[in-house]
Write a protein that binds this ligand. Sequence first.
Ligand code: ZN
Length: 136
Amino acid sequence: MPKFSQESFSKLSTCHIDLQALFFEVIRTFDCIVLAGYRDQEDQTKAFLGGFTKLEWPNGKHNHQPSFAVDVAPWPIEWDYTKRFYWFAGYVLGIASRLKEEGKITHGIRWGGNWNWDPIIPNQQFNDLLHYELIL
Ligand SMILES: [Zn+2]
């Protein structure tokens, strides 16, 4: 059974309890790595300037404590193999729906590869395939 590295674990622990519950369930059957939880002003500015987010501090969901967003990739990471990120997201969102139905998490989850949750994937203005956030 896969488990988080110490670094992934400590990043996930900066996140809202629903995101923790979700990814502790996901990691049981699908190996993955947590790349970002809470982002302070310096990290948010870097992410903004790098084009990884459209939001400046303190408007990002990563800027709350605990973080309302987490960036997670299937492990091992293959950046060019984007279909794998879509496959992983389907898995994550399926587990999120189940946990919500079971009352184990209280928020819905939005994925950065399909912000509006419609059935059409190619109409996104901005793809952030690592990004999962709480619907507040
Ligand atoms: Zn993110």
